[in-house]
Design a protein around this ligand. Structure first.
Ligand SMILES: *Cc1c(COP(=O)(O)O)cnc(C)c1O
Length: 250
């Protein structure tokens, strides 16, 4: 029994050390990419994508300085919620969200500050309805399916203006930017094309002054491609495995 416990804490200590090392590297890479694109490192926000990661490990990342964390499943977020160090980090929802689950995230108990994956007026309307009922507010990003892939969340780029205009009229939410997960690409040039298209959309829509829209965040870039994403103008990267190690699905 003692043996098992000490092995477990050894494992946790090793994991904490790995996260610390990874975190430093990620911060360095972000800083370099920000500077390469004429920005200061502070202009880029690191969000830790925490699916499958145990609460102790997430809280260690927060202890190291991670200030934003994102879950992509409602059930998993609810399981971890009480144990998370919410005083020191902001919670985001980053996954596909069904309308009937919105009530777990906003409204009576506003568990997340931002929902990054809004891709329909119906979903936004439900966020709005619950928040109005309870006097709450949620920041939202509109998810763009920049590669126009079938079976992928997000709206096609050409639908962005209209959906933004529809959502911004809703009370209880605030449109704060755009989010995208580009297609898996054969080469860097192709990926760069998608990131650049997203940045263009972000700039274009930001230039239209609209009430209840502030294009603060362009959320794109994950473990395998965040350096390129930042070079192309991303100011929020969502990083999972590069920070926490390969995911272990139980
Ligand atoms: C898991 C996930 C990430 C992070 O993926 P990694 O490749 O592990 O960095 C980013 N965004 C979303 C929406 C995710 O679900």
């Amino acid at each position: 029994m003692m043996e098992k416990w000490s092995n477990e804490s050894d494992e946790l200590r090793a994991r904490f050390a790995a996260v610390e090392e990874n975190y430093k590297q990620i911060c360095d890479t972000i800083a370099r990419a920000a500077q390469n694109s004429g920005r200061s490192p502070e202009e880029v926000t690191l969000l830790a994508a925490t699916k499958t990661v145990p609460v102790e490990v997430i809280n260690h990342a927060i202890h190291l300085g991670v200030r934003h964390i994102g879950e992509n499943r409602v059930q998993e977020l609810l399981e971890k919620y009480d144990g998370l160090d919410k005083e020191n980090a902001t919670l985001h929802f980053i996954g596909h969200l069904q309308t009937n689950k919105v009530r777990q995230l906003v409204g009576a108990v506003p568990r997340v500050k931002m929902i990054q994956s809004v891709d329909s007026a119906k979903l936004a309307a439900e966020i709005s309805r619950l928040n109005q009922k309870y006097g709450a507010n949620t920041d939202v990003l509109i998810e763009v399916n920049i590669g126009r892939e079938e079976n992928k969340s997000g709206i096609p780029p050409e639908a962005l203006d209209e959906l933004t205009d529809e959502i911004r009229r809703m009370k209880g939410l605030h449109v704060k930017g755009l989010m995208a997960i580009p297609p898996v690409c054969e080469n860097k040039a192709e990926l760069e094309k998608y990131f650049t298209q997203m940045h263009r959309l972000f700039i274009d829509i930001g230039q239209k002054t609209m009430d209840n829209v502030t294009m603060d965040y362009l959320s794109m870039g994950m473990s395998g491609d965040y350096e390129l994403a930042v070079q192309c103008g991303s100011n929020m990267v969502r990083i999972g495995s590069a920070l926490f190690g390969a995911r272990i699905y139980r």
